[in-house]
Design a protein. Structure first.
Lengths: 265, 324
């Protein structure tokens, strides 16, 4: 039993390592992925940001950065989905499944790698925020809590990504699905306060799970735009930033496992 | 029983509206190559996936390398290698990193995995490309890397699911050479293919599959003998002579010939080859047709397949190539 556990840790590390090796072999690709949030910072912080209004006043980039952080986490759905779908289409998944390795390691290795990559991405985006003048104002403890909530969101996105990747089964299809999902990640409080949107859209944006994490991050980082909404969901951001990811994981983790087992049916 | 590397007994598998396996039986002796031959959708890949523990069967029993496919899947996985139509390697990783990864997943220590990777690179002629990402490999190199990956632990049983589909002739020959070497070292191979010449080249025994069951089994020679001894091929000089020649040949051989008008070729079964040959030559001379070529040969597996299933295997192959 213990030997089996040891092997699953070894196998998980092997699969994780496979992904991390990309950093060494093709740094350009990794940098390309990391540059995406930076581009958003520049685009929204400077191009669109000039015309943006923050409810309650304050600097737009201070308002924006928590939104970008949460968005970076949500983009993880696309990454995870594409990798899983590619492995299926290319037969790599079948090869793994025909090996005497721990079957769970295929998933746990994917999770570990994605979490490490996302954490690195988050750190870089935070660094980028510091460069454009964003900062946390409420102590390091709260800031770390905000980072933890962001990573919790990424964890939930992981299972959505794995589930969708298993369903679509090819990187092209994954691209199309991501094209549909992408706007969902935009209808949030990340860039514009929901109060400023048409009523129905503002409602959707507020109830978007991403917005709760954005709101919680603003609150914990002590950035502007936190707690400006008078709705229930808007004023319970930290609570909901825990509840949403837990609920999403509780739905998509078992779905992913079931879907994975169905590969052998 | 011990000398059988693969035993399948009444494998059944149905998907919602199709029956993929309909009581498939198979017995492959240790150290031989068994070819599973059949058109697309015959159930070849399903059979391999069941035997390689990737797919659960609805009913039936199967043992691979002495282990039960259903109750001891891990033991089976430790003893098999699998190569499918895809090059199932990581594109980003180098050839060496790929093999190292698969070695580790076979539970070799990092050091042993590296050593094994180098051995395999050497053996499959990839040493020079070891440090390049697999993405940059040519088609033949990727195929070899893929084969090397299924050979980490020198598997007792190797599954090759259409290993040369979509490969050019040179790559096919390379793959065939590798397979022959592996077999000479004692590996048992289950090869699925819809290329009849591939089965002819590699297989010691062939099971012809159609609609999820084996409809004929035997050595290539035995299967060819079923078509009825030899075939006689006549190519006439002028296209206008084809139908006249066909009538003459039918008369001489006593069986109805098949005609390929474009190639100006008439093929007829010849139960008594030598007598038929001289009869055909005489018959052609009597009707005044000049033959460009006359040959006596063993039937091809194409003809075997046509006779067994009532439809050619090649037709499916061609339509698939168009689709690809």
């Amino acid at each position: 039993m213990i030997a089996r556990l040891q092997w699953s840790v070894y196998d998980t590390w092997t699969i994780t390592r496979r992904d991390l090796l990309t950093w060494i072999i093709s740094p350009v690709r990794v940098i390309g992925e990391l540059a995406f949030p930076i581009m958003f910072v520049l685009l929204f912080g400077y191009v669109f940001g000039s015309g943006m209004v923050v409810p309650g006043g304050g600097d737009y980039r201070d308002f924006l950065m928590p939104g970008i952080f949460a968005m970076t986490m949500a983009f993880g759905i696309g990454n995870t989905m594409t990798v899983v779908a590619t492995d299926i289409e290319r037969g790599v998944m079948d090869r793994f499944r025909s090996l005497p390795m721990a079957p769970s390691a295929i998933v746990t290795g994917r999770c570990t790698a994605d979490m490490i990559n996302s954490f690195a991405g988050l750190l870089i985006t935070i660094g980028c925020g510091l460069v454009v003048g964003w900062s946390w104002h409420d102590g390091l403890g709260n800031a770390l809590l905000a980072v933890a909530l962001l990573l919790l969101l990424r964890f939930a996105c992981l299972w959505v990504g794995i589930y969708l990747g298993l369903i679509v089964g090819s990187p092209e299809a994954a691209g199309s699905v991501w094209g549909l999902l992408f706007p969902v990640t935009m209808v949030t409080s990340a860039f514009v306060a929901p109060e400023l949107m048409p009523n129905w859209l503002g409602f959707l944006a507020e109830w978007n799970p991403l917005s709760s994490t954005v709101g919680a991050a603003r609150e914990l980082f002590g950035n502007v735009g936190a707690n400006t909404a008078d709705s229930w969901i808007g004023s319970h951001a930290v609570l909901m930033a825990v509840v949403w990811p837990v609920v999403i994981s509780a739905i998509f983790l078992p779905l992913s496992v079931r879907r994975y087992q169905r590969l052998s049916r | 029983m011990d000398e059988l590397a693969i035993v399948a007994d009444g494998l059944r598998k149905r998907y919602r509206d199709t029956v993929a396996l309909d009581g498939l039986d198979l017995a492959v002796p240790e150290g031989t190559v068994c070819g599973l031959l059949g058109p697309n959708g015959a159930g070849k890949t399903t059979a391999v996936r069941v035997l390689a523990t990737l797919l659960r069967m609805d009913s039936g029993r199967a043992r691979v390398a002495g282990c039960d496919v259903v109750s001891e899947p891990r033991a089976v996985r430790a003893r098999i290698g699998l190569t499918s139509q895809h090059d199932a390697v990581d594109d980003v990783l180098t050839g060496r990193q790929n093999l190292e990864m698969f070695g580790r997943l076979h539970h070799l220590s990092p050091r042993a995995a590296r050593q094994r990777a180098d051995e395999l690179l050497e053996r499959f002629g990839l040493t020079e490309a070891a440090l390049r990402p697999a993405k940059k490999y040519s088609g033949g190199m990727r195929r070899r890397l893929d084969l090397a990956a299924s050979f980490i632990r020198a598997p007792r049983v190797l599954f090759l699911d259409e290993p040369t589909t979509g490969q050019d002739p040179r790559n096919r020959n390379e793959v065939w050479d590798v397979v022959r070497t592996l077999v000479s070292e004692g590996t048992t191979v289950l090869l699925t293919t819809h290329y009849l010449d591939e089965a002819d080249q590699l297989a010691d025994s062939i099971s012809v599959i159609d609609r999820g069951r084996v409809i004929a089994a035997g050595t290539p020679a035995e299967l060819k003998a079923r078509v009825g001894g030899s075939q006689i091929d006549v190519v006439v000089a002028a296209e206008s002579d084809v139908s006249v020649a066909a009538t003459a040949i039918e008369l001489a051989c006593g069986g109805s010939p098949s005609v390929d008008a474009l190639a100006r070729r008439i093929t007829a079964p010849a139960a008594e080859p030598v007598a038929a040959l001289s009869a055909v030559l005489r018959g052609l001379e009597d009707v005044g047709v000049t033959a460009e070529d006359v040959a006596l040969r063993r039937p091809t597996l194409d003809e075997v397949f046509l006779q067994l299933t009532g439809r050619p295997a090649a037709e499916k192959t061609a339509s698939e190539e168009v689709a690809a």
